[in-house]
Design a protein around this ligand. Structure first.
Ligand code: ADP
Ligand code: MG
Length: 710
């Protein structure tokens, strides 16, 4: 419950059903049709485990007086198999699909019942939950919290849209709609009860955004300006191996303008995969260092952090910048040495994973923090970063006394570092305005020149052998060049004979358990190794020790390894320009943003790149939409727009960042009028009724108030 943010009675009272289930009726099996959602009661006939090429299914058959139905679990526990002993009477519910063996329900909700067990008399609320929190428990908790929670009106009538029910009325109805209420009414989100909830939620969010903004205006930061004739910032710009795009120049200017101010920058840099965000970060870091301050750069995975580290060492060490490297896997003496470099200020730049913000890391003079792929960090980590940055303002002043390297020029007390966040998942404007009102946004809307668009192809999984045959033909050609130049010299016509192709083969996360994930990738690795004799085929997954990961990555980056089978560990940021073919297995299981990110690993050099999406049916309608979107466009902003359309804003923001989906009820696509009203009221309510405004925010956001800052 804590994970879901359900700490107080009011949290539970405001935890509204996702939907309702009709468990009041049993449908005879003979009356089921493909696509129905229904409840069936019958006896288990048999239950067994079926093996396919890479995985195991649990399959049971259930029979009532009218017919037979197949139940299927794609992943399961041994205890489930035991529960399904032949002869047991079960009640199952789910979506009926025409399967290979006739009608089936995949992952049904299942209850073992006694003969004659009564059916519920009213609709059953289904609450958002987690895998380990049973609905029945949550329902009881919500009901008793509803009885206890104080639901009196806080908002004065002038702050409410007209014609809506009281909060109490709205809540009671939504949790327990009267039995005669139709599903259509319940699904209608423009119902006054929903309107009331959505408005309250939007108002709470607008109020706390306004407060966060006001708080930030009071903070102080060191103005960072590259001055002097021969400063680092200018020298870095001079040695870059390419000219900045116009978009990069504009964004760099926006950032440098912020850095020069004496209040902390909070800027989100969004740019499609491959748009060149890293160099923008490097220039910002150089500005901070030129001004005599330290910069920290954080990446969500060790692989990505290592890649940044190499790139930045290549650019900045020749210019005399000392760079420290901190990750979770680096322990003992090496870590202590790095910590000393950071604390003394000798390391001007610190690159790493979230290890950079651990308690024992003390910066001498942190002026700028850069967070790459910020959407991949959990809310907690982003909060920890904010706390660290805030604490740093306290830290700095004490350091002179504790450092053995002699007193460094300590940071004046009370100065916060500037913050630059980067993401390749663009956030549509309305969302940015509501979720990130406390952030300024810069966009890289242009790709570096010379890129050939990626061609995306969809293949059913039964074409797998053809895809492997094509890989065999392609890797057989020429030597892989380790750099984009070697590949770029090949024909750009997209012909199959482009020399030097390197290939990513991505395996999905089958479920939450990394173990299954691993089996899948390992099996594919074995399959490809056997199918491609004489070719080096590597394997990369999250469970490997960091050193091994780094070794595999460097073989692939160097070009000796031609094929890399990987889990989604390569999803973000990995930059190997010579890789020009990507195969994504079970593409139907990935989200759209994730597919786009993965695809962004190719198309980084001048060679024509291809992305093959292998899927196995039957495809759900949303899976179809996602695959179609991938085949139709390469544009990240367009992908984000479609993703938003397919998933809705709550999911869009929340999928990766559970707990972060601050708008649970309001839908920015349809509730703009309510949002406008909330904005209007948020402008005067804190002034005229400060206590009520604070009370309203506390009721709605409680312990989550801080999330708005993350
Ligand atoms: P992302 O925005 O996805 O983080 P990267 O920063 O990894 O993109 O850049 C992608 C590739 O493009 C890198 O190999 C980088 O060196 C290269 N690159 C960046 N900016 C330019 C530019 N202006 N001209 C040419 N290549 C560039
Ligand atoms: Mg990147």
């Amino acid at each position: 419950m804590q994970k879901l943010g359900l700490a107080r009675d009011i949290d539970l009272a405001l935890h509204l059903p996702l939907r309702y289930e009709d468990e009041t009726r049993i449908t005879p099996i003979a009356e089921l049709a493909d696509g129905d959602t229904a409840q069936v009661q019958g006896e288990i006939r048999d239950c067994r485990v079926e093996h396919s090429r890479t995985r195991r299914h649990l399959v049971a058959r259930v029979r009532d007086a009218t017919g037979e139905l197949v139940l299927r679990w794609l992943n399961f526990y041994p205890s489930q198999q035991k529960q399904l002993a032949a002869g047991r009477l079960v009640r199952v519910r789910g979506e009926v699909r025409g399967g290979f063996l006739g009608l089936e329900i995949v992952h049904p909700a299942l209850k073992v019942v006694e003969p004659g067990a009564p059916l519920p008399r009213s609709l059953t609320p289904v609450y958002p939950s987690t895998a380990t929190l049973p609905q029945a428990y949550l329902r009881k908790a919500v009901d008793s919290a509803l009885a206890r929670a104080s639901l009196e009106e806080i908002l004065p009538p002038a702050a409410l849209p007209p014609g809506l029910p009281s909060l109490r009325e709205a809540l009671l109805w939504l949790h327990h709609p009267t039995p005669e209420t139709s599903f259509a009414t319940l699904e209608d989100r423009s119902h006054p009860a929903w309107q009331r909830l959505k408005y309250e939620e939007l108002l709470a969010q607008q109020l706390s955004q306004a407060r966060a903004q006001a708080e930030r205006a009071l903070l102080q930061a060191p103005p960072l300006r590259a001055t002097g004739p021969n400063h680092l910032r200018g020298r870095l710009a001079a040695v870059l191996p390419f000219t900045l795009t116009a978009a990069q120049q504009r964004v760099v200017a926006e950032i440098e303008r912020d850095l020069a101010l004496d209040k902390p920058m909070h800027r989100l840099l969004q740019g499609d995969v491959g748009s060149g965000k890293t160099v923008v970060a490097a220039l910002a870091a150089a500005t901070a260092i030129s001004a005599g301050w330290q910069c920290a750069l954080m990446a969500p995975t060790e692989i990505l952090a290592e890649q940044h580290f190499r790139k930045l060492v290549g650019w900045l060490e020749p210019l005399g910048v000392r760079i420290a490297w901190l990750t979770g896997s680096r322990k003992g003496k090496g870590r202590r040495e790095m910590l000393a470099l950071v604390a003394s200020g000798e390391a001007a730049l610190v690159v790493g994973t979230h290890a950079v913000i651990q308690d024992d890391v003390h910066f001498a003079r942190l002026g700028l923090a850069v967070v790459d792929e910020q959407h991949r960090f959990g809310v907690e980590q982003r909060l920890a970063l904010r706390a660290k940055l805030g604490a740093h303002a306290e830290d700095g002043a004490n350091l002179g006394a504790t450092s053995s390297a002699g007193p460094p020029p300590a940071a004046p007390r009370g100065l916060e570092p500037h913050l630059l966040m980067m993401t390749a998942t663009p956030i549509p404007r309305t969302l940015a305005m509501t979720y990130y009102a406390d952030l300024d946004v810069s966009s890289l809307d242009e790709l570096p020149p010379g890129r050939t668009p990626i061609v995306t192809k969809l293949f059913a999984d039964d074409k797998r052998d053809q895809v492997i045959a094509r890989i065999r033909a392609e890797v057989a050609h020429g030597d892989a060049g380790g750099d984009a130049g070697a590949v770029g010299s090949g024909s750009a016509s997209g012909s199959a004979s482009t020399p030097g192709r390197q290939v990513y083969w991505v395996c999905p996360l089958v479920d939450e358990s990394e173990h299954v994930d691993l089996q899948n990738a390992t099996a594919t690795h074995a399959e490809l190794s056997a199918a491609l004799p004489g070719t080096m085929v590597g394997l990369l997954h999250g469970r490997m020790p960091a050193a091994e990961k780094a070794a595999v990555m460097s073989l692939f980056t160097g070009g000796q390894m031609r094929v890399l089978v990987a889990t989604t560990v390569i999803e973000v940021g990995v930059d190997v320009p010579a890789a020009s073919l990507m195969v994504i297995e079970h593409a139907e299981r990935f989200g759209l943003a994730q597919l786009h990110q993965l695809r962004g690993r190719v198309g980084r050099g001048a060679a024509a790149s291809v992305c093959v999406l292998l899927f196995s049916g039957p495809l759900s309608p949303t899976a179809k939409d996602r695959l179609r979107a991938m085949a139709e466009t390469n544009d990240g902003f367009e992908i984000a727009r479609r993703d938003l359309e397919i998933r809705g804003p709550g999911e869009f923001m929340g999928a990766r960042q559970s707990g972060d989906a601050l708008l649970r009820f309001a839908d920015l696509a349809t509730d703009n009028a309510l949002l406008d009203r909330a904005r209007e009221v948020a402008a005067w309510l804190p002034r005229e009724h400060p206590a009520l405004a604070a009370q309203h925010v506390a009721r709605w956001l409680g312990s989550r108030q801080d999330y708005l800052k993350a």
